[in-house]
Design a protein around this ligand. Sequence first.
Ligand code: SF4
Ligand code: SF4
Length: 406
Amino acid sequence: MAKLDDLAAQCIKCGFCLESCPTFLITGDESQSPRGRITLSREANRLGRWDQATHEALESCLGCRACETACPSGVQYGKILELAREATTKEHGRAIRKPFLNALTQPNLARMQFGLAGLLPGGRPPAILSRLLSGELPQADAPRLPSPAPWPALEDHDLPPARGEVYMLEGCVMRVLYPDVNEATERMLRRIGYRVRKVNAGCCGAMHAHSGYLAEAESRAQSLAQAMPDDLPIIINSAGCGSTIREYGGVIGVGLEGFAHRAKEVSTFLLEHGLADALRRSPGLPGMVATYHDACHLLHGQKVKDPPRALLGAIPGLSLVPLPESDLCCGSAGTYNIFQPTKARTLLERKWANVESTGAGVVITGNPGCQAWIAQAAREHGQVVEVRHTLDVLEASFSGWRVGGE
Ligand code: SF4
Ligand code: SF4
């Protein structure tokens, strides 16, 4: 693969990325570092032989892309990983994973799976399924399906004049686990004058791309673009979907550079269109102390750090306290907590210790996977901390805090 070799050749082996890499931090093993993985992949690609050791080095990667943020040479590690995983998955991949991902990205099937798994003892998927998917015992509970109280109706006299339409990506996981976050996103858009044009759009291909199933990811990318043909902004509130769509035209999404350019990260769009001023005039959340966890595909994948903090900082009465290691992956990482449960658990416990050290009563994040995984830690540690999506908290500043979230 010439493309993989060209990308890997950008690495000058300086090692500046090592300390930013969660798997290197918890193992101290060079093969579990970005530099080690790039070296192994380049060599395997040159030989045309992807051995088991290289496969395992790539398997244990979170795909968090913290190494890209740290790299002074601009190495595009995420693209290297997707290409290398495609090669190694063909030889060593677990056959069950592709149908598993196919089911996870069909909302009706995913809803049924989560519901059934939630009925099992401990609310956790069966050990046999986890062993087939990962070779290890499960650590991730079936995500709970929260049932928050409905938002109050939005009155037209509370809203600014209409100024346009947008598309909104509902997301495979988001629409099943947190449909209220999609509703909050629509309400935020209306509060700055935008209406959401409804379309029947499917999966963006992110989970397949990150797992090495590039042909499946490509067909999903093309279908998504067909479902949103007009020249409108596409608002995205899931970090993982956003980083994939905004990079269409790279490894997947052939010819979809224009579509990628229309894709907008939600907090950035809201900030640029004046939501902070509206938030300052809202009732706010008096006395609330919260902290913010950076979803990797927001911070490292899309370089979005300040906009969510700026919006949350505009909420009257809300104290946002810094989270130590907020830029370190929580271990959720798409399907990482299902495919690599032991390492994911280590990272979750580290994240939780950092959350507890802040004394905050709420953890805010911008990705449904992080939200569900950190919410599991909150349940396991006595449910004294709530875990909410950024959009949920922003809407609460106008409409009040709702019980029944996570
Ligand atoms: S990926 Fe970047 S930071 Fe890491 S070793 Fe290569 S050049 Fe250095
Ligand atoms: S993507 Fe994350 S886990 Fe993988 S090499 Fe980069 S920093 Fe390490």
